[in-house]
Design a protein around this ligand. Structure first.
Ligand code: HEC
Length: 438
């Protein structure tokens, strides 16, 4: 038989009869939660280091306080972001198994950086947070710890996005050799720029919310500073982002770009950009305002989340469109694999049927058929003794015929012979045949 190993088998996705749209929606929702935390992680950790430096340089205590405050959302987002990141990854790995794992193989072992890079940055950012007061008098060293943590966090999205871009484009598998081949492409570059700008804008909105909370808790000055700075983060990060968002569509491979053209998904990045422009104007009008009413705050947060949701849906739309054809090819390959291996099996069964009936009256054939030759041969010791040696040892076959019927132990060595499935007549015939091997 020509065995096929499991990794040769192209399998279709088992969905348990649940419509694909359910998995699509689930994927989008968990991704929005995950990416929101990641945005805050990137933004808050960066902000904390920047304000720590500004506090040290200007001597303004409020910067220092704000920097310290920002370590809380950093560590919370670290944990939540990583935890929620497992869900979209698993969903993708189930929906697009073959493509996902091929991409993982192509970018290995660098993909592991997401794990050990994360752990390293995690530990450093905790050290940064909890050594805040102890290192009050060695600010330079303390800031360095925070900066290394932040820079390490920055190295994770390039690895991750490279893998994500690769599995989206199975047509590139043949020539992408390793992670650099996909990391150093316009697609990854554009998406990274978009990622970081969105992270900073999102964190700006987060700081506005956080600042209002601080003000409510009585920390008015730091709160006002947070709101003021948050606005700036958003306003500085957004213009370039608005400009590049729709462009991202066009750096995908022509196959994906073309397939997107015919769908409504193509509108989503434009809509996301539009929402960002509205929020931009809204915040620009409040340039000098350091407190927000409840209603204003709700509008700002809703608009930001809306644009993130639109982008997440667009991202998933690209996936759906991109995989339509590859998944069809995979289903066809599965079908023909099944047919081929079933055909092979049937052929094998046929060949057994058509084989000439073996002459079991011939004791040599009988010995083969009964499996004796698995342990014995005529003239060499295998598991059991050579039949020649057996014949030479005994004077008559009656001396050992019972061994064939009931098994034998201790006569030829350590290994016993189990009971053999043979009848009395067969045993006698085999024993005589063994005896004739002298
Ligand atoms: C699982 C391996 C195995 C199979 C299958 C097997 N044998 Fe044996 N056979 C042995 C071993 C081991 C011994 C030695 C046992 C001992 O030391 O007493 C042995 C011993 C013998 C002996 C010598 C017995 C004696 O009393 O000295 C004969 C004859 C023999 N086998 C015949 C057969 C025949 C015929 C078959 C098929 C029906 C068969 N064997 C199948 C392992 C096997």
């Amino acid at each position: 038989m020509n065995w096929k190993l499991p990794f040769d088998i192209p399998l279709v996705t088992p969905t348990m009869g649940i419509p694909m749209e359910f998995y699509d929606a689930l994927g989008i929702i968990v991704f929005i939660v995950h990416i929101s935390f990641i945005y805050v992680l990137i933004g808050a950790s960066t902000a904390s280091v920047i304000y720590n430096i500004m506090g040290a340089v200007t001597g303004n205590k409020n910067y220092d306080k704000l920097a310290y405050k920002m370590t809380n959302p950093t560590t919370i987002s670290e944990n939540m972001g990583a935890l929620w990141g497992v869900a979209p990854l698993l969903i993708i790995s189930v929906l697009y198994t073959g493509f996902f794992y091929t991409a993982i193989l192509k970018v290995s072992p660098h993909i592991l950086h997401i794990v050990y890079g994360n752990i390293f940055a995690f530990l450093l950012s905790y050290a940064y947070k909890f050594s805040w007061h102890a290192l009050e008098n060695s600010k330079g060293f303390h800031i360095a710890i925070g900066a290394v943590a932040v820079l390490t966090f920055y190295t994770l999205p390039p690895v991750f996005l490279s893998m994500a871009n690769l599995y989206l484009q199975p047509e590139t598998f043949s020539y992408i050799q390793n992670i650099w081949d996909i990391m150093l492409t316009p697609l990854t570059g554009f998406r990274l720029l978009n990622f970081f700008l969105t992270a900073f804008a999102f964190s700006g909105v987060f700081m506005i919310w956080y600042g209002m909370r601080l003000q409510k808790e009585g920390e008015v000055e730091v709160g006002e500073l947070a709101v003021n700075q948050g606005k700036k983060w958003f306003l500085f990060a957004t213009p370039v982002n608005v400009a590049i968002l729709p462009l991202i569509l066009f750096v995908f491979s022509p196959r994906i770009a073309e397939a997107l053209m015919g769908t409504l998904f193509i509108l989503l990045p434009f809509l996301a950009s539009f929402v960002l422009v509205v929020l931009y104007i809204y915040l620009l009008k409040r340039w000098d305002q350091d407190t927000f009413s409840k209603k204003e705050l709700a509008s700002v947060i809703s608009l930001m989340l809306l644009s993130v949701a639109l982008m997440a849906t667009a991202r998933h739309g690209i996936r759906v469109v991109s995989f339509e054809e590859p998944l069809k090819l995979q289903a066809e390959a599965t079908q023909s694999y099944m047919e081929a291996s079933l055909g092979e099996y049937k052929k094998y069964k046929e060949s057994l049927k058509n084989a000439p009936a073996r002459d079991l009256d011939d004791p040599a054939v009988l010995a083969d058929e009964k499996g004796c030759m698995g342990c014995h041969s005529i003239d060499t010791h295998l598991v059991g003794p050579a039949f020649k040696d057996v014949a030479n040892k005994y004077a008559s076959s009656s001396e050992f015929v019972n061994s064939i019927l009931q098994g034998s132990e201790g006569k030829w060595g350590e290994v016993p012979m189990p009971i053999q499935g043979v009848s009395q007549t067969e045993a006698h015939k085999l024993a005589e045949w063994v005896m004739s091997q002298k």
